[in-house]
Design a protein around this ligand. Structure first.
Ligand code: KIV
Length: 278
């Protein structure tokens, strides 16, 4: 049966029935076409694009224009996949008005179905305002890469009792504010299990163990396309970098030896036309 775009209310039904949610990131048209052909139901056009596509050292420099630019081709390529547009650093922190305007851009200009933003208690009023404005919001707590320096680096979060309690409260408040789901990043698996059990909206884990309602991975990590830094929680399902380098080297050698292009890659012309030219 052809894939049908999952709806936001369906995700909640899946939590209740125990059907897992599968999400990956994508940042361009060809990748979106491939995800759309797969069984993965959600694409996050994440600000991780700053690191794995644009070559920045982190996600902080990513701009609204860059997000819109990358969301558009993903939307064109993945018509049957729910598209989440990530709100970049400082696009929702300056004021509620600015947050609504920027989230609106990801949906109106980019074509995303909903938005994601990072943060706990300080973003609760922002989430509420976006939801009231008709914008579906996915929250993101635990390790929040946009504020990693404040957290002391890319570290597991919520290990002690106070931090774990704070995270549970954040998840509950974000649910109350109207978020339709929450990404839990880099937190102990038992804490993710507890949060998942205590809230009514789906949790989507990345480095948060198997008991979340769904999982998300950065596609460049999981297919082995980006290997400058691979976190412990990533499973590599393919080694595309090696395939690409092997293909490039075979091409280089065949050009050098004249094996490429072969007769099957060449265009011909009539002999008599050619003769007149000589
Ligand atoms: O930007 C991103 O890819 C993310 C995921 C790591 C959840 O936020």
């Amino acid at each position: 049966m052809a894939k049908q775009k999952v709806t936001i209310p369906q995700l909640k039904e899946w939590k209740e029935s125990g059907r897992k949610i599968r999400m990956v990131t994508a940042y361009d048209y060809p990748t979106a076409l491939l995800v759309d052909r797969s069984e993965v139901e959600l694409i996050l056009v994440g600000d991780s694009l700053g690191m794995v596509v644009l070559g920045y050292d982190g996600t902080v420099p990513v701009t609204m224009d860059e997000m819109v630019h990358h969301i558009k081709p993903v939307v064109r390529g993945a018509r049957n996949t729910l598209i989440v547009g990530d709100m970049p650093f400082m696009s929702y922190n300056v004021s509620i008005e600015k947050a609504i305007e920027n989230a609106g851009r990801l949906m109106k200009e980019g074509g995303a179905d909903c938005v994601k933003l990072e943060g706990g208690l300080p973003v609760v009023p922002v989430v509420r305002a976006l939801v009231d404005a008709g914008i579906p919001v996915m929250a993101h707590i635990g390790l929040t890469p946009q504020t990693a320096s404040q957290l002391g680096g890319f570290k597991v979060q919520g290990k002690d009792e106070a931090a774990a309690q704070r995270m549970l409260t954040e998840a509950q408040k974000l649910e109350e504010a109207g978020a339709f789901s929450i990404v839990l990043e880099a937190i102990p698996a038992p804490l993710a299990k507890l949060i998942t059990a205590k809230i009514g909206i789906p949790t989507i884990g990345i480095g948060a163990g198997p008991d979340c309602d769904g999982q998300v991975l950065v596609i460049h990590d999981m297919i082995g396309l980006f290997d400058r830094f691979v976190p412990k929680f990533v499973k590599k399902y393919a080694n595309v970098s090696e395939d690409i380098v092997n293909a490039l080297n075979t091409y280089a050698q065949e050009v050098e030896t004249g094996t490429f292009p072969g007769p099957e890659h060449c265009f011909t012309m009539k002999e008599e036309v050619l003769k007149r030219l000589y």
